[in-house]
Write a new protein. Structure first.
Lengths: 308, 337
């Protein structure tokens, strides 16, 4: 197990370098520059800018310098648009905002989704089952850029209960609407995954064995069924949590939150090369790490899965 | 043997509703006494309802109606909590040793869980008791930390038996405990069950479609066909002198381990398949395939009658006075008189 983890971590490093390289190439291929605007800059100014940022050098030198700084110093450079701020500083500042909302949203989705999904599975084909699964379908279908403004309209602009936007620190009432908006789709998806997983497990023979042992229905569910029934939810949690942690573009935009997602979209629009690469690298690392965690959780929860 | 009734099953029915008006009558009015200390063999073709009967007795499948009396209590109508308490005394060994053990629990947890549920042992005692149980069923006591997938089918079935024994039950339903195993392992498991019965004074309901296994382990045998019991007798008697035509056909299908006798063995070949339990035939369920069927068999549902002492059969064409169907005049139904 230990060796498995070490090996997986070692594979992570080249994977991330490949991701960074592809990102770098894509940025270079895209037309335009961080300094290009509606009006064309005078040739002399453009030349001096290109010299200042090393854009006049051949591509392999630019690529080599970028990669070397990343590999050697974990330094992604300085943002081209937010002048004087290093990419690392921006990530460090905006990550807590995204992570707070993401983790809260996923926790909420997990608690509500697993509960609803389990009940739906236990009462399969009942009115409860149909209602909750229809709601879940709705939750999956309604995009969050529709749900967010609707919630704002109801709870902020009509009822005046909650602030409509902006970051208010942690914890604060400002968190409620973005967390709700963000968690809806995950909640719905987890409810469906839980229901499907639980239905499969509840049919299996060893659940009958558990009943024959004299266990109460509660113990049958918690000790025997959930561990197997939640496996699909666990494999979903890895990528889902990675994306939630690293910020969600739409929700951060709607609620004007200074999270990673918001910076990511601005960086892309501004062609802010170092910032784009930094955020992409950070998202990849988080994703790979979350997937590793999921695999470890799998081995822990299902002894038949062994890693050599 | 003192014939004390341990479990009295009365008119037990298990009907499964399908869509519309269709109902599967998996178990349809079974009445039988299981005596303390005996092994009652329950035999029948696939789909005749024998496993459902075994589960319904323990309420692992909800019976539709009827009673199951154990120590003057009707198990079929106990509440959830009272029923769970009775599970200490009534256990089951399942058919499939691969699916019936939770793959995410160690052997120690699987066998030890009932001990903790009924507070039969605590802390270290659990561990110790589990090791004893494993040795009782012929496994090494070092296996407690291992998972089910690390064992062979026969070993898994032994784990299932140890789990059933953990609560020190009176009665065990052995639901096809050997049918998923290799032939070489089947004998081992049967001998183990037999040894445990003697040592622990157990009573078994041994369900199988394997007639040789049933003969080997049973004191009495009950034959089931389409949800109904059609013949009950001593194991020896039923193999030597079956009365009901279905049992006759069934017994005639058992090969004899002597080539000379085997060569001359007369088999009664049954025509057609078992009718669907969704629309079972009216009258005697067996009349569609019975070589002795007459018109009245299509109308009258035969009841189990004590044709000979302690030998019950459900067939209108035989009676205590005329027990052998071959001797009954054509067209006569002495059982109706």
């Amino acid at each position: 197990m230990f060796r498995f983890i070490i090996r997986r971590l070692l594979i992570t490093i080249p994977t991330i370098l490949v991701v960074i390289s592809i990102t770098w190439v894509l940025i270079k291929l895209a037309p335009g520059n961080f300094y290009s605007g509606e009006k064309r800059l005078p040739a002399a100014i453009e030349k001096s800018i290109r010299e200042k940022y090393g854009l006049d050098k051949p591509w392999y030198q630019q690529y080599g310098k970028t990669m070397w700084n990343i590999v050697r110093h974990l330094d992604f450079g300085t943002s081209l648009r937010f002048e004087g701020q290093s990419v690392n500083t921006i990530i460090r500042r905006s990550l807590p905002v995204s992570a707070a909302i993401g983790i809260l949203a996923y926790l909420l989705a997990l608690i509500v989704g697993v509960t609803i999904g389990s009940i739906a599975a236990l009462k399969q084909n009942s009115r409860w089952d149909y209602t909750s699964m229809a709601l879940a379908m709705l939750g999956i279908s309604v995009p969050n850029f529709v749900l967010g403004p609707i919630l704002v309209l109801i709870f902020s602009l009509s009822l005046y209960w909650l602030p409509p936007s902006r970051w208010g620190g942690f914890p604060s009432r400002n968190l409620i609407l973005p967390v709700l908006t963000l968690s809806a789709i995950y909640m719905a998806y987890i409810a469906r995954l839980t229901r499907a997983g639980m239905l499969e497990v509840l049919r299996s023979d060893y659940i009958r064995t558990a009943r024959a042992k004299g266990l109460s229905e509660k113990d049958v569910l918690i000790k025997h069924a959930l561990r197997g029934g939640l496996m699909p939810v666990i494999s979903y949690t890895g990528p889902a949590l990675a994306f939630l942690l690293t910020g969600t573009v739409v929700v951060e935009r709607i609620f004007a939150l200074p999270g990673l997602g918001n910076y990511f979209i601005q960086a892309s629009l501004n062609r802010d090369e170092p910032l784009i690469i930094g955020i992409v690298a950070f998202i990849s690392i988080t994703l790979l790490f979350m997937n590793l965690l999921v695999d470890i959780a799998y081995a822990y929860l299902d002894p038949r899965v062994r890693y050599h | 043997m003192v014939a004390e009734t341990l479990l009295a099953i009365r008119d037990l029915k298990v009907h499964f509703k399908l869509g519309g008006d269709r109902v599967v009558k998996a178990v349809d009015g079974v009445t039988i006494d299981i005596l303390r200390g005996e092994t009652l063999g329950l035999v029948g073709e696939s789909g005749c309802g024998k496993s459902t009967l075994g589960r319904a007795v323990l309420r692992l499948t909800e019976p539709t109606s009827g009673q199951v009396f154990y120590r003057d209590r009707d198990l079929a109508h106990l509440s959830g909590k009272q029923l769970r308490e009775q599970r200490r005394h009534l256990q089951i060994i399942f058919q499939d040793p691969y699916a019936s053990l939770n793959p995410r629990m160690t052997v120690g947890q699987i066998v030890g869980e009932p001990l903790e549920t009924f507070r039969l042992a605590r802390g270290r005692e659990v561990e110790q008791r589990v090791q004893e149980l494993l040795e009782t069923v012929g496994l090494s006591k070092r296996f407690t930390k291992r998972y089910p997938h690390e064992f062979s089918g026969g070993q898994r079935q032994r784990i299932g038996i140890a789990r059933a024994l953990a609560v020190d039950p009176d009665f065990i339903v052995a639901d096809e405990p050997i049918s998923a195993l290799d032939v070489s392992i089947q004998a081992q498991i049967m001998n183990l069950l037999e040894k445990l019965r003697r040592e622990k004074n157990l009573t078994y309901l041994f369900i199988s479609h394997d007639l040789r296994a049933i003969r080997h382990v049973s004191d009495r045998v009950a034959v089931m066909y389409l949800g109904k019991l059609v013949e009950i007798a001593d194991a020896k008697t039923i193999y030597q002198e079956p009365l009901m035509p279905y049992t006759k056909a069934l017994i005639s299908a058992v090969p004899v381990p002597d080539p000379r006798i085997e060569a001359t063995r007369q088999r009664i070949m049954l025509e057609g398949d078992v009718p669907s339990p969704i629309n079972p035939p009216a009258g005697c369920p067996f009349h569609t395939r019975c070589p002795y069927a007459i018109d009245v068999c299509k109308e009258v549902v035969p009841q189990l009658v004590e044709i000979k002492p302690a030998h019950f059969a459900a067939c209108v064409r035989i009676s205590p006075k005329m027990p052998h169907i071959e001797d009954v005049p054509p067209g006569a139904a002495p059982g109706l008189e």
